[in-house]
Design a protein around this ligand. Structure first.
Ligand SMILES: Nc1ncnc2c1ncn2[C@@H]1O[C@H](COP(=O)(O)OP(=O)(O)OP(=O)(O)O)[C@@H](O)[C@H]1O
Ligand SMILES: [Mg+2]
Length: 532
């Protein structure tokens, strides 16, 4: 990622923002930021598109924060509704809400801006308290936001700026009705910004409905014309279901491997692969929609802190998640489509770093793979048949000779998932009490503060609240997530997201959101479970 010559100070941005970014080591805007800033600062609507890991968050974050008038700043007392949200950021997953709120908090660290997170799976009370206490920016997922809206804790009538991050996902069937409800509750005069790495033409056309003469800004790198990120080495193998764990375990011993995200299509497979890796001596954790929110956040925190170096996740972690030093992404199961491929593999090779993406394609997934290959022009229509014993994996991926599918004891140096404290979130919609996979490491009773560490620590605005004192009201409001799959049935993990966010208001079952159906690769029925 080549930063541009200009610095943030060259734009008409509040000096406290420029200073706060500099405190975080961010001085020169990335191209998407330099391109969108002048337009967004004029409050023109924007559809911003740039590859994964190229800085879209600050692309909308800086102009958004610039327009906020925070307590104590000139004009605050003259606001029509001081303490009511002035900006709304809607994202598809809870973990992304935490992260984006943290980034906004970082950029506003030298101001009094209150950033509040509103997302499902946690107790309502701390969020309600934060909203009632006065807030400037709300970041969250649609389901919980709608609940808060209906219960009148969230008043969007004073919102001046709305952002849909991962906009193509937010405007897809699963989320669209809720997003429309949220938009309808904001003033028509709002400033609207849509951002994503993937913006199919049909979505752009449709998005115009919610915007006023938007400018479509695409940041393209002149020497990176493809759709994938040039810095990411793309490796594709046709692998056999029964050999995949062994193959993965060897790949995980490649030289220079840092943090790694392994993507599975189903929750069950994600859980199972994490368990198997732990048995083989790896420090792995799982992140998927069958886990309680406390366990989800524990796993991601443990990964950010390096206590586990392998995160086995469903597509819940495919979009937006930014973790430093992710060197490898492995698609244990072929992604559903080319967009998912781009988002998953884009968890590595961020902000100019290098990365390696390895995709396993089952025989059954060959038609799906060939569509992805064609759509992205990868030039790998016939992935080479590969076994854990195939010599080419060692040379392709720089795996030391003699490596087998178990991490030797002397290399088992990570603390493990259990070393990361699990926060009591007063969870709603917890499905099982089953602990996620994780090597038991030392401790297990950390400080109890989930806020240590880069993202968490930066999330100063995280009023969403730890579980302290937040009453458990799961009885009154059972979250959609717990019904997301009946009796152990598996569906594509993509389907979990909208449902998982849904929390019925006061005891009425929330309408089931429409599942994304009809994709040519057939998403609506249970996929074959080749490896489960
Ligand atoms: N101007 C900058 N200078 C240095 N680092 C930056 C700059 N802008 C963003 N970054 C860093 O780059 C990384 C990627 O940014 P970000 O998460 O916003 O990417 P993104 O474009 O939203 O990617 P995705 O499509 O995956 O959501 C982050 O760690 C962020 O802190
Ligand atoms: Mg992003």
């Amino acid at each position: 990622m080549q930063a541009v010559d200009a610095s943030f100070g060259d734009f008409e941005v509040r000096p406290e923002i420029v200073q706060a970014l500099a405190d975080a080591g961010i001085t020169h805007p990335f191209p998407i930021q330099a391109m969108t800033l002048p337009v967004a600062l004029q409050r023109h609507d924007i559809i911003g598109q740039a590859k994964t890991g190229t800085g879209k968050t600050l692309g909308f974050g800086v102009p958004l924060l610039n327009s906020i008038v925070a307590p104590g700043e000139p004009g605050y007392d003259e606001l029509a509704g001081p303490g009511k949200p002035q900006a709304l950021v809607v994202v598809p997953t809870r973990e992304l809400a935490v992260q984006v709120a943290g980034d906004l908090a970082t950029a506003s660290a030298r101001r009094t801006v209150r950033v509040v997170q509103v997302y499902g799976g946690r107790a309502y009370e701390p969020q309600i308290e934060a909203l009632n206490h006065g807030v400037d920016v709300v970041v969250g997922t649609p389901g919980r936001m709608i609940d808060m809206l209906k219960q009148r804790h969230l008043d969007l009538s004073r919102v001046r700026t709305v952002v849909l991050d991962e906009a193509d996902e937010m405007l897809d069937l699963g989320f669209l009705p809720d997003v429309e409800t949220l938009l309808a509750a904001t003033p028509a005069s709002r400033h609207t910004m849509l951002f994503s790495a993937t913006m199919p033409g049909a979505v752009v056309a449709m998005a115009r409905r919610y915007m006023t003469q938007p400018t479509h800004i695409r940041a393209a790198d002149p020497d990176d014309g493809g759709q994938t990120v040039k810095n990411i080495t793309q490796v594709v193998y046709r692998a056999h279901a029964l050999d995949k764990v062994e193959l993965l375990a060897r790949i995980l011993q490649a030289r220079g491997r840092g943090l790694t995200i392994v993507f599975a299509r189903t929750k069950r497979t994600a859980a199972k692969v994490a368990d198997e890796l732990v048995e083989r001596g790896f420090a792995a954790g799982a992140l998927h929609g069958d886990l309680g929110q406390g366990a989800r956040e524990q796993a991601l925190r443990a990964f950010r802190h390096g206590k586990v170096d392998v995160l086995v996740a469903t597509d819940v972690a495919a979009r937006g998640i930014d973790v430093e030093d992710v060197t490898h992404v492995v698609n244990y199961q072929c992604p559903e489509d080319e967009k998912t491929y781009l988002h998953r593999t884009g968890r590595t090779g961020r902000a100019g770093a290098k990365g390696t993406a390895v995709t396993f394609v089952d025989w059954d997934d060959m038609p799906r793979w060939s569509l992805i290959d064609k759509a992205l022009d990868l030039g790998k229509p016939e992935p080479v048949e590969t076994y854990s014993s195939s010599p080419h994996i060692y040379s392709d991926l720089d795996i030391p000779e003699g490596v087998k599918g178990r991490l030797p004891k002397d290399q088992q140096t990570r603390a493990g998932l259990a070393a990361e404290a699990i926060e009591d979130l007063g969870e709603t919609g917890k499905r099982t009490g089953k602990a996620p996979a994780g090597r038991s490491g030392p401790g297990g009773s950390g400080s109890g503060s989930g806020a240590a560490g880069s993202r968490g620590g930066r999330g100063r605005g995280g009023h969403a609240g730890g579980g302290q004192g937040g009453g458990r009201r799961d009885g009154a409001r059972s979250e959609g997530g717990q019904h997301a799959d009946g009796a152990g049935q598996e569906r594509p993990a993509r389907a979990e997201r909208p449902a998982a966010e849904g929390a019925p208001g006061e005891g009425q079952p929330r309408r089931r959101r429409r599942r994304r159906g009809g994709s040519s690769s057939g998403g609506s029925t249970a996929p074959a479970q080749p490896t489960a």
